[in-house]
Design a binder for this molecule. Sequence first.
Ligand SMILES: [Ca+2]
Length: 521
Amino acid sequence: MGKSGEKCRGVFPSSSGMTPIPSLFPSRRPKTLPFGRLCLLVVALVWSAVVTVARAAERPAREARPNFLIVIADDLNWRDLGVTGNREVQTPRIDAFAREGLHLRGMFTPSPTCSPARHALYTGLFPVRSGAYPNHTMVDPTTRSVFTHLNALGYRTALLGKQHVHPPQSFPFENIGDDADDAAALARFVARDPAQPWLAVVASTDPHTPWTRGPKDLYDPAKLTLPPWLHDNRETRAALAAYYAEITQFDRQVGAVLDVLERTGQTGNTLVLLLTEQGSQMPGGGKWTLFDNGIRVSAFARWPGKIAPGTASDALMQYVDVPPTFLAAAGVDPRAIDTGCADPGGGGNGFDGRSFLDVLLGRATRHRDHVFAQDTAVGVTGNRNPFPKRAVRDDRYKLIRNLAPENEWWILGIHGGEIFKSWVRDAVGNPALAERVRGLSHRPAVELYDLREDPLETRNLAGDPAYAAIGRRLGSELDAWMKQQGDRGLATELAALARQPKNAESSGAAPGKKKAAKKGG
Ligand SMILES: [Ca+2]
């Protein structure tokens, strides 16, 4: 099912329009009731009253358990929203949503790639420990996810849109459709039983390549302001305009989802978490890199009456912290949860993440001292060489280690693309551009950045004696994280293919499942 084939199936006749929500109850009734049916009706009415009373008795517990909604984009650079400072991309619904809750400015994904990022988001486990570290990957089959944990608490859980997680028994959500535009499917799910709390994930495929959807007429390539990580030429401008149109398409999708909550009366008791996922597939746009363009996430949380509107937090946090946070918000101590996955460093089966509920409720301003990330090139489509990367970041500095720096980093999605090829063409006779292009494929063993002074990570401070102590401090944090994860660096990278279901299936090690995802990465 190609993305381009989906273009006209959207539910948006306009930015505010939406497919009507089907009635849950048939309206057609017989005009007269025979005696037998009348008796049945009386019995039904009495039973209905009994159930209503019983549900009223449960209400205090019910009100203590909010619904949860995650809305996640696909390859949306955190900077490319109106609310995060991009003055040209149009995201009115997201900007308005941000004003209704808390802007989590310190959120990071532990992987700049779709599949491992989503496994971490749903399991609360970092990628190497769970086994889900390359792209198109899977967790160990005993692993449980937020869907497992909330189902056990009596929630119903569902996912609409992109999956990219495996195996199914670790992610026991109800699949309510592969098309994140299908707001009516979401409406049917959330309205099904008012007495049962729910978790829903709406996982978009926008603005993942190919950039084919959205209102292209809003963006004139010739008039766009290019961000500094992009080389300015005709091909790049055309791609940027198409990417922005898909971001606006995602914004409309977000609007339709929020409208479902309004129409079904679920806004008040639902904690909504909106995530941009990871960097874009532009060269330098961040995807498959550990620069902030790749791993930083724009995140916004709304929970009326609980989260103060129009607020922001710089507390560092990661996707692995989301499941513990939801469980804490549901009244459960996340430290008592068994993830089904052994902790090689700490012992036990607990989460790698910790609840940031106190940040949401305005009771804390700090959460983590460090965030961590990894990227695995083996298993990415068209990858030519192993190129493992690891990173640690605090609120000012970042250390990146490239564990096979002698190799050329080359993957089809960046280096085989038309934008990159146009840059290579333009670099002939342009030494400054040639050096930039080279830097997209060749990296030093160690990179150290001062993000306060150099937010685009262009001045590598590794080797500068003035920063040696900072490098050592971050290096020991990274060593400790890798050890806790059971991460063997290059050896782990070289074992990545065995962590992909397509390879495990061919060896008979995993059950077959064809994902309905429209796009890779
Ligand atoms: Ca993605």
